[in-house]
Design a protein around this ligand. Structure first.
Ligand code: FAD
Ligand code: NAP
Length: 614
């Protein structure tokens, strides 16, 4: 086990907005949970949970036929399923979603083992840890002992979970979970789905936390507080008066030959301006995300693969709305706050978690704000266009090709799923896409009646709230540079990243000669925005769309089947022999994986292919 693990709890689970596991609440607030009081005891765990049969979902069916990599035990898909992660391998090989009218074999979910069933079990009051409510300090040696299917503990970010009872409910299957058995699964978890809210999903499985190694100051169990570890936050709670010394900023970029970002602030009677000097040229309004929630003011600036964070408890009150400006050629960001009272501020405020630090983006954790549901409009028989409004105290623009995570509390458990924002429509002569100060975010979301998240989302009333995370994803606008041919391969809701890509490419890339979309669906009724796509193809001669159906009616005259060498060879015709080309692909994971293989077979390079995954 890596030593760095011992510090991990500081990173996200402790100080972020998300709740700590139930037992941890006990520790933080001193009051036991009403359902089942749990207390920490020293020493090793002696109690072992009773043995379980722990069978896995059957993995027969269509996924095996069409795509070997869909099997969790093989190929690039390996390691991609752990804990609550239907989405990455979505739909699961045995998923009901894989059941089509085309005579494909059907393997239903094992009865009573859906994630909803798991949530019910966690609410049943059953002892899922096998420790009758005690929370213990777990040593490395002890953790290693619990490495069997019928006795499986896993450590994530310093907390140890008994996942034995969860085995049968894990959407990715037992084998994936067993890869981390008796060990620190943090890296594996982060590689696969760091966004999954395991704290909430597994809160009834918390055994305790890893024992602190002697090199680290020991904390007493009685007055245990995870904040104790975060010395820079609590102990150095000092007044900010403009820029901190440069040495206090992690100088990662300097190591790469770039200078570190810094910040400063100044004021007039009515405003306070926080200025962030990124010292980078490719900064724009998408690069900075600002939130003012309760007492916390937080600005996260994305610089390459790092986040530069300003996180302050402001010394005085400000108005809800603020403005953000970017001076692109010097990489300067100005955040203009309106004072509630026109007094002179002696200092800006107190530093909060990660303030004035530059950290790898993957380590920042997901930051959420509550957005109001403004409208919900049917698009196909099962897909809807949702419009959410950001709070006035948030500046957030989701870059082209990126996704966010939506979070809802379902039966007391926080559930998180990724979704890709779209524009409200495709460009047309009749309707300009809604911009409205970027306060609105649109999503095209398919509702799965047997799904965990989407039926809840569908139940929301106008005015209800959904939590929306910061954007993630590795698509870069620079991939469009000098682009001549853009080919888009989308299946089902895999169309969603293509919406902004289409809009952006057709309006901003002068070199573009040809944009083609091949859109795979089951039936005509499943095609999202068909008439908009046809109108766009009619209006813009550079754009062409082809629909391919896997389960069409006999009247369908268009293309049929699945992604195949024959379909691709016809589709991928360049405008000229050496044209600069980009191919984007998105859909069910096996579709995407198969598409990538076929594209490589046709000698397209890695740089010419962008696949969208979680
Ligand atoms: P789930 O609970 O995941 O279930 C869906 C279906 O699969 C149900 O029929 C269920 O019964 C079945 N199922 C689930 N697990 C199993 C299993 N183990 N065995 C058998 N059957 C199973 N979707 C959109 O609609 N729009 C988007 O913009 C969008 N963007 C995305 C972006 C990214 C990066 C990713 C990775 C996914 C995106 N998705 C998008 C998919 C989305 O995240 C969810 O996966 C989807 O909405 C289904 O969620 P759910 O909880 O409702 O369904
Ligand atoms: P769907 O309707 O089930 O399928 C769309 C089309 O893809 C159908 O024609 C289907 O054929 C075909 N298909 C499915 N599996 C295939 C395979 N293994 N090989 C070849 N073709 C295959 O799709 P959906 O329900 O909308 O699901 C969309 C998927 O896209 C979800 O898994 C979602 O997670 C993913 N998505 C990812 C992102 C991202 O950014 N990563 C964004 C949005 C959506 P059949 O009729 O034979 O099934």
């Amino acid at each position: 086990m890596r030593t760095s693990l011992w510090f991990l709890p500081c990173r996200r689970s402790v100080l972020s907005a998300g709740p700590a596991p139930r037992g941890l609440d006990v520790l933080r607030h001193g009051a036991p949970h009403p359902g089942r009081p749990r207390k920490w005891v020293g020493g090793l765990a002696s109690a072992r949970p009773r043995s379980r049969s722990g069978r896995c979902y059957s993995r027969r069916g269509r996924a095996e036929r069409s795509c070997r990599a869909a099997d969790p035990g093989q190929g690039p898909g390996q390691g991609s399923r752990m804990l609550n992660v239907p989405s990455q391998s979505f739909p699961a090989p045995s998923s009901q979603q894989r059941v089509a009218s085309g005579g494909r074999s059907k393997v239903p979910l094992k009865q009573g083992r859906s994630l909803m069933d798991w949530i019910r079990l966690t609410k049943s009051g059953k002892d899922l840890t096998g420790l009758k409510g005690r929370l213990i300090e777990v040593t490395e040696e002890e953790l290693k002992k619990h490495n069997q299917k019928d006795d499986c503990w896993i450590c994530i970010r310093g907390f140890v979970y008994n996942v034995t009872p969860y085995m049968e409910y894990h959407p990715g299957g037992e084998d994936e979970l067993m890869r981390a058995a008796g060990s620190d699964g943090t890296d594996l978890f982060d590689q696969v789905h760091r966004w999954v809210n395991y704290e909430s999903m597994l809160k009834e499985c918390v055994v305790g936390r890893m024992a602190v190694k002697s090199a680290v100051p020991k904390v007493s169990l009685s007055g245990f507080s995870f904040l104790n570890h975060c010395t820079d936050y609590r102990e150095e709670k000092k007044v900010l008066n403009g820029m901190l010394p440069k040495s206090q900023v992690t100088d990662t970029l300097a190591k790469e030959g770039r200078s570190s970002p810094s910040y400063d602030w100044f004021q007039t009677d009515s405003i306070v301006t926080i200025v962030i000097y990124t010292k980078q040229k490719d900064i724009n309004l998408d690069s900075v995300i600002v939130d003012h929630q309760d007492d916390s003011f937080r600005a996260e600036t994305l610089i390459k693969d790092y986040s530069y964070i300003i996180h302050i408890e402001l010394s005085h009150e400000i108005e809800e709305d603020f403005s953000v400006r970017v001076v692109e050629n010097v990489g300067k960001i100005e955040i203009v706050l309106k004072k509630k009272e026109s007094t002179s501020w002696k200092h800006l405020g107190h530093p909060l978690e990660n303030h004035n630090s530059l950290i790898p983006k993957k380590d920042t954790g997901l930051y959420y704000r509550k957005c109001r549901l403004i409208s919900k409009e049917g698009v196909t028989h099962d897909t809807k266009l949702f419009c959410l409004m950001l709070p006035p105290s948030t500046h957030l623009q989701v870059p082209v090709g990126q996704h966010v995570y939506l979070k809802l509390t379902i039966t007391g458990t926080e559930i998180v799923k990724p979704y890709t924002p779209v524009s409200d429509s495709l460009p047309s002569e009749f309707k300009e896409p809604v911009l409205l100060n970027n306060k609105y975010i649109f999503f095209l979301i398919k509702i799965y009646p047997a799904g965990l998240f989407t039926p809840e989302l569908d139940q929301l009333q106008i005015g209800d709230f959904v939590s929306v995370s910061n954007p993630e994803g590795n698509f870069k606008i620079s991939q469009f540079q000098e682009l001549e041919d853009l080919f888009l391969l989308a299946a089902g809701t895999g169309f969603t990243p293509m919406v902004k890509i289409l809009n952006f490419a057709l309006t901003n890339i002068p070199s573009l000669r040809k944009v083609k979309l091949m859109f795979f669906n089951k039936t005509e009724d499943d095609i999202i925005w068909r008439s908009q796509l046809e109108k766009l193809a009619f209006k813009d001669k550079r754009f062409d769309v082809e629909f391919v159906l896997s389960a069409p009616t006999s009247e369908w005259n268009g293309k049929r089947g699945h992604i195949s060498p024959a379909l691709l060879s016809e589709f991928l015709k360049r405008s000229s022999d050496n044209s600069k080309v980009l191919i984007c692909i998105c859909g069910p994971t096996p579709f995407t994986e198969q598409g990538i293989r076929l594209l490589h077979d046709r000698n397209f390079s890695k740089e010419e292919i962008h696949s969208f995954t979680a």
